[in-house]
Design a binder for this molecule. Structure first.
Ligand SMILES: [Zn+2]
Length: 126
C-alpha cells in the first residue's frame, strides 16, 4: 500500500469520474488518483489532461528555475555526431554494424559495440 503514489495533476480531483469517487455516504469525495504507476510525464500523471494542467500551472516557473533558453541552440559539425546501428545483409554475419554519423557533414566513422553502448562515449564537443 505504501508504494502507491498520487497523480501530480493540480486539478485531478476535480474530474468527476467514478474511480475518483471515494468514501461512503454522506462523506463521499472526489479525490486525486492514486496508483502504483502512471503512464504520463515520467510516471507522475494519470492522464495527459493532468500533465497539461500541471504545465499550465507550474510550467513557466519550472522553465525559469532550470534555465529558460535565451538564444537558438545550434547543431554544428562539432556536436552533430549521432550513434547509428545498421544490419548489412551482404556482410551476412548476423551482427549489426555500429557507426557514428555526422548530421551536418554526412561523414561516417566506425564504432565498436562497446562504444555504441557506452552512454558517456561521444565524439561531440560538450
Ligand atoms: Zn490525475
Amino acid at each position: 500500500m505504501s508504494d502507491l503514489k498520487y497523480c501530480q495533476g493540480p486539478e485531478c480531483h476535480t474530474y468527476t469520474t467514478k474511480d475518483r469517487l471515494k468514501g461512503t455516504k454522506p462523506n463521499k469525495t472526489f479525490q486525486t488518483r492514486r496508483r502504483s504507476s502512471f503512464y504520463y510525464g515520467n510516471g507522475n500523471f494519470c492522464c495527459l489532461m493532468c500533465q497539461n494542467d500541471w504545465f499550465g500551472t507550474y510550467g513557466d516557473q519550472a522553465i525559469d528555475h532550470f534555465g529558460r533558453l535565451k538564444e537558438a541552440k545550434k547543431l554544428t559539425e562539432q556536436n552533430a555526431w549521432l550513434k547509428r546501428c545498421r544490419w548489412d545483409y551482404e556482410r551476412n554475419n548476423g551482427e549489426a554494424e555500429h557507426y557514428y554519423l555526422n548530421k551536418i557533414t554526412d561523414e561516417q566513422r566506425p564504432l565498436t559495440k562497446q562504444q555504441y553502448d557506452d552512454t558517456n562515449y561521444t565524439l561531440n564537443e560538450r
